[in-house]
Design a protein around this ligand. Structure first.
Ligand SMILES: Nc1ncnc2c1ncn2[C@@H]1O[C@H](COP(=O)(O)OP(=O)(O)OP(=O)(O)O)[C@@H](O)[C@H]1O
Length: 261
């Protein structure tokens, strides 16, 4: 690939991003790009800096120094809403769903389609809400979950899909999945990874934050390995073994350094 075409495929670029919390350097001079349509996995041990970097991207933290770019333009999000307005949507690991409300209500909470809106008088267009929820779940995620089911009756995997559908309702350009399977059974994990692959087929750019490298290696295009706030290496997922990835996460060495050992 020549440099120009690589440039045109770049969705996000981090350039020398550092974030300090007092004397703790959570991420240190991090630079890499996320390409349009790829699944990029961000892996690393506890405390490696994964959440901090994503919180910078999503407008939760301001970087101490460095820049990040969205489609080539330097951006600086002051809040998650600003990141959302730009097209970056995060699905958080705590799922943040309301158990006693149904699937469609959870998906559209705070952004219902309106049938009538005049001053303080707003009437939700429930028919449209249920139809759009079904379209998101079945049309986009290939999952036949009834939008009228209360969330408390769903499996863990289905709940995670509802959380993903909730993010997709914002029509994001980039979906950030923060530990999407950490609370799930084997079946739930499979469901979520099937969904991630379905979205990949539709060209959705996805960043998966995970400490479970065994899982992401099978679905990611590229893997960024963080170690103590630094990038240990960036590897193509099909060019690295589980053993190598494990060693990189544990030692902070690059694939080349491990081979030279
Ligand atoms: N708000 C904060 N205040 C102080 N230190 C923080 C804060 N957030 C993160 N840190 C520190 O920054 C470093 C990186 O933490 P971070 O949560 O980004 O790592 P992580 O890779 O996401 O880890 P985990 O998988 O455990 O969530 C750690 O040393 C952590 O203690």
């Amino acid at each position: 690939m020549n440099p120009e075409s690589a440039q045109s495929q770049e969705k996000i670029r981090f350039e020398e991003i550092t974030k300090k919390f007092g004397r703790v350097v959570a991420i240190d001079d991090i630079s890499f790009s996320v390409h349009d349509g790829e699944i990029l996995a961000l892996v690393g041990d506890n405390g490696a800096g994964k959440s901090t970097l994503m919180n910078v991207l999503c407008g939760i933290h301001e970087p101490t120094s460095g820049k990040y770019f969205y489609e080539g333009e330097s951006v600086r999000f002051a809040s998650p809403n600003e990141a959302r307005d730009c097209g970056i949507e995060t699905v958080y690991q705590d799922l943040a769903l309301m158990d006693d409300l149904d699937v469609a209500t959870n998906i559209f909470l705070g952004k219902f389609p309106m049938r009538f809106s005049f001053g303080p008088f707003n009437i939700i267009d429930w028919d449209t809400a249920y139809a759009q929820a079904a379209e998101l779940l079945e049309g986009q995620l290939n999952q036949a979950i009834d939008p009228k089911t209360e969330v408390e009756f769903l499996s863990g995997g289905q709940r995670q899909l509802v959380a993903i559908a909730r993010s997709l309702a914002f029509d994001p350009d980039v979906l950030v999945l923060d530990e999407p399977t950490s609370a799930l059974s084997v079946a739930g994990t499979e469901l979520v990874y099937d969904t991630i692959e379905t979205l990949q087929d539709k060209g959705q750019t996805q960043i998966i934050v995970s400490h479970n490298f065994e899982e992401v290696i099978s679905v990611a295009d590229r893997i960024v390995v963080l170690y103590q706030g630094n990038v240990a290496d960036i590897v193509d997922a099909d060019a690295v073994t589980r053993g190598e990835l494990s060693d990189m996460i544990k030692t902070g060495k690059s694939a080349a350094e491990l081979k030279a050992d």
